[in-house]
Each structure stands twice: as structure tokens, then as C-alpha cells.
Design a protein around this ligand. Structure first.
Ligand code: CTP
Ligand code: CA
Length: 227
């Protein structure tokens, strides 16, 4: 069906979305990663597409299919994810949903590390680039930059801190304490934190939360939103 422009409030705008984990190699058979299914990030890419945006999805390794009608860049590491995001600029909207590994192994082994009688190896780690903070302070910064904060403790204080430190316009704060059952599940209870305050959203399926975010983005950019 052909949608009216009113139903595609982000028509003519471009968006870049990160999703999924990153994998940081230890050796050819092992890696460090965060838990992430990619479901929320992929749903946000699809919701922005449905709202009419021209979407680039930069995805770490996930088992999900590529969303239709979205240009997908597949990456493994945080460094590759940052390069792919920078290559997608300029963009009007950026939403960083990926669970980026905070550290990589400083010296990846090109040979498989074998178990020996000397016991386990120790791994020296190096800090990964912060993609949200880099783009939040970038010369080609998109007009609207949104990040996530998945926290088990001090949710709102941590979200406000990330908002400021990373140069974001909004942080979607998500309680991932073990009681919540969010990780890998189908629902999220989000608080949207901006410089203006905190908006509490009800518990929503990840695709409904994505649709709500697309609507919030359209309203924030002064685009008409379907009621
Ligand atoms: N993020 C990113 N690049 C990183 C780390 C995080 O782009 N290297 C983004 C995430 O995609 C998310 C936001 O920053 O949008 C917050 O991620 P989070 O892991 O909560 O923040 P950190 O600064 O890594 O802090 P923490 O010590 O809580 O992990
Ligand atoms: Ca982190």
C-alpha cells in the first residue's frame, strides 16, 4: 500500500542505527562479547524505515534476518562498527542500540591459544572506542543522537550521566536487573531521559517501543506524526 506523507513523517531524512553485540577476538576461535539479541535495535531500524527514513543498520553478529528495505552493514568488532557508522555520515538521525564490548584484547593471537600445564593465559585488554560519544561530539554530528543505557543499578543517574558525557539528545534507559527479564526477552520498560526530564513509557513489546521511539523522533524533529 502507498502510505500518505503524513504517515511517513521521517520521509526525506536519513538514519543510522547500531544493533547487536560486537565480538572482540581473543584468537581465531574465541572472543569477548556482551549479551545482545539485536531485537530492539533491529526493531528500531524497521520502525524508522516504516516512518519513511532512509535507514542504514550497522549490525554486530546476530541470528536475526536483515530487515527488508534497510541498508545493512555487517560488522564484528567495535572498531569496525565505528568505521561503518562514520561511513554512513552525514545522517539526520543516529540511534545507538548496540551492546558494544567495552574492551578488546590488546594483542589478538593469530594462532589458537592452547591449554598448557602452566594454566590459563592472562589477557591484556584495551578500551574500545565509544561510538555514541564519538558521534555525539563529531564534526558531522547528526541533528538528533539517541543512545541506550542498560543498567542494573542507579538507572536514571547513570542515564543522565551518559546523556551529558556522550553528547546525546536522549538516552533510552532500560532496567536490566535480573528480576526484570529484559535480556533476550520480548518486552522493554523504557524511560526516555533528555535534558528536559524523564518520560516513563509503559512496558512495551520491543517493536512497539521502537514505533514509539520513531514517533518521538518525528515529533522532536517537528515532523507531523500520525495520531
Ligand atoms: N556505546 C557505544 N560504544 C561503546 C560503548 C557504548 O556506542 N564503546 C553506546 C551504546 O550503544 C549505548 C550507550 O553507549 O547507546 C551506553 O552504553 P553503555 O554500555 O551503557 O555505556 P558505557 O559508557 O560503556 O558504560 P558502562 O560502564 O555502564 O558499560
Ligand atoms: Ca558498556
Amino acid at each position: 500500500a502507498i502510505l500518505s506523507p503524513k504517515e511517513r513523517p521521517l520521509a526525506g531524512l536519513s538514519a543510522v542505527v547500531t544493533s547487536g553485540p560486537t565480538h572482540e577476538p581473543i584468537d581465531p576461535v574465541r572472543y569477548i562479547a556482551n549479551r545482545s539479541s539485536g531485537r530492539q535495535g533491529h526493531a528500531i531500524a524497521a520502525a524508522l524505515r516504516d516512518a519513511g527514513a532512509d535507514v542504514t543498520l550497522v549490525s554486530g553478529p546476530v541470528t536475526l534476518p536483515d530487515p527488508q528495505g534497510v541498508s545493512v552493514r555487517h560488522v564484528e568488532t567495535a572498531a569496525e562498527m565505528l568505521s561503518a557508522v562514520e561511513a554512513s555520515l552525514p545522517a539526520d538521525i543516529a540511534v545507538f542500540v548496540a551492546a558494544v564490548a567495552d574492551w578488546r584484547v590488546a594483542a589478538e593471537s593469530l594462532r589458537k591459544i592452547k591449554k598448557t600445564a602452566e594454566g590459563p593465559p592472562s589477557l591484556a585488554l584495551a578500551e574500545n572506542p565509544d561510538i555514541l560519544a564519538t558521534i555525539g561530539h563529531h564534526a558531522k554530528r547528526p541533528g538528533l543522537v539517541v543512545g541506550f543505557a542498560a543498567e542494573t543499578d542507579d538507572l536514571l543517574a547513570n542515564a543522565r550521566n551518559k546523556l551529558e558525557r556522550k553528547g546525546a539528545d536522549a538516552i533510552l534507559a532500560n532496567d536490566v536487573s535480573p528480576e526484570g527479564g529484559v535480556m533476550g526477552g520480548s518486552d522493554n520498560t523504557i524511560r526516555l531521559v533528555t535534558a528536559d526530564g524523564v518520560e516513563e513509557w509503559p512496558k512495551l513489546a520491543k517493536d512497539a517501543a521502537a514505533g514509539r521511539l520513531a514517533g518521538w523522533i518525528a515529533a522532536r524533529l517537528g515532523r507531523s506524526v500520525r495520531k
